[in-house]
Design a protein around this ligand. Structure first.
Ligand code: SF4
Length: 188
């Protein structure tokens, strides 16, 4: 049986004989991503915010389910210049995963189980909780009678994949409500 080490030795021998294996390696790589659509995105795992290129197979027809076949570092990114750490390089398993959550889960007060609910129900529940909490905890004036219009009952967090545009909208949203407590993973 040919082992992995045998193959490495054979490759080294071919190189030693003067053959350039670069085109063969490049061709093998191109086969994997030859017919894919490329989408630029950001690794969600840590505050570095490395840029990634997601390769998806599928011709965008209505009856074709697109499939992510490869994810790599974006060589055009000034942040990671094409590299990814061991977590980032495993991103495909994060997307193509039977255990990935694709619908909101809700645990009713006192219940032990989380249950899937439709997106519309989740959005309505969130809106209801925000309104009720704001009604309960909004502070219009401080102890000295100064207008503060702040909402200490709600805090917000953001993630490293939030773009400038998302953060702009989140700021509008939280300042509109009076939310002061805000933390973001990236601090970019
Ligand atoms: S690839 Fe690694 S270093 Fe880069 S954002 Fe993802 S987890 Fe962080």
């Amino acid at each position: 049986m040919i082992t992995r080490r045998d193959l490495i030795r054979a490759g080294a021998a071919v190189t030693a004989l003067g053959f350039d294996l670069t085109p063969a390696i490049a061709a093998a790589r191109e086969l994997k991503i030859a017919r894919t659509t490329q989408t630029n995105s950001v690794c969600p795992y840590c505050a570095v915010g490395c840029s990634v290129v997601i390769h998806t197979l599928g011709d965008k027809s209505r009856n074709v389910q697109p499939a992510v076949v490869h994810i790599e570092g974006d060589p055009d990114s000034p942040i990671n210049r094409g590299t990814l750490c061991s977590k980032g390089i495993s991103l495909k398993e994060f997307i193509v995963n039977d255990r990935r959550l694709t619908t909101p889960l809700h645990r009713a007060p006192g219940a032990a189980e989380w249950k899937p609910i439709p997106w519309d129900d989740a959005i309505n529940k969130i809106a209801r909780h925000i309104k009720d909490t704001r009604d309960r905890s909004f502070v219009e004036k401080d102890d000295q009678g100064r207008t503060v219009n702040r909402l200490p009952g709600i805090a917000m967090i953001g993630g490293c994949t939030d773009t400038n545009e998302i953060n702009y909208l989140l700021s509008k949203f939280r300042f509109g409500l009076g939310i002061l407590s805000y933390e973001n993973q990236s601090r970019l």
